[in-house]
Write a new protein. Structure first.
Length: 137
């Protein structure tokens, strides 16, 4: 295995023998059960914007047409979202989810071409179940 950067750094970008990227630190933190546990427990605290982005990314991973590199980016962002150790602790009043929102937004922009109507519909349905209908069109 070849690595780029410091091989002792857990977040260093590395590739396996096939040339494919190996999972990053936050990608390894992701699990579907951890994702749903975090959302069901903290959705209201995180807020509609954070939850919407997380759901869009999650449902995108369920699409067969989404390439592996995009799923890796999504899993990294969702892993960051569910991990207990991030830049701003989620329990910090008013700003606790600001870093999560930033990471999810960047990931969403990166894979936006893979967010189709089916993904949007599933995310909207779950979002409305938790927050009610949005007043926006």
């Amino acid at each position: 295995m070849s690595t780029k950067g410091n091989p002792d750094d857990a977040s260093a970008s590395s590739q396996n023998d096939t040339g494919n990227p190996e999972p990053g630190i936050y990608e390894r933190e992701y699990s579907e059960s951890g994702f749903w546990r975090k959302l069901s427990k903290y959705a209201v605290h995180a807020g509609r914007d954070v939850v919407e982005k997380a759901l869009l990314l999650y449902y995108a991973t369920q699409q067969d047409s989404v390439p592996a590199w995009a799923k890796a980016a999504i899993y990294g962002a969702l892993g960051y979202f569910i991990t207990l150790t991030d830049a701003i602790p989620d329990i910090t009043p008013l700003v606790g989810y600001a870093d999560d929102l930033g990471v999810l937004t960047v990931a969403l922009a990166t894979v936006a071409v893979h967010i189709n109507d089916d993904v949007r519909s599933k995310a909207r349905g779950k979002l409305e179940a938790w927050f009610g209908r949005s007043e926006e069109p």
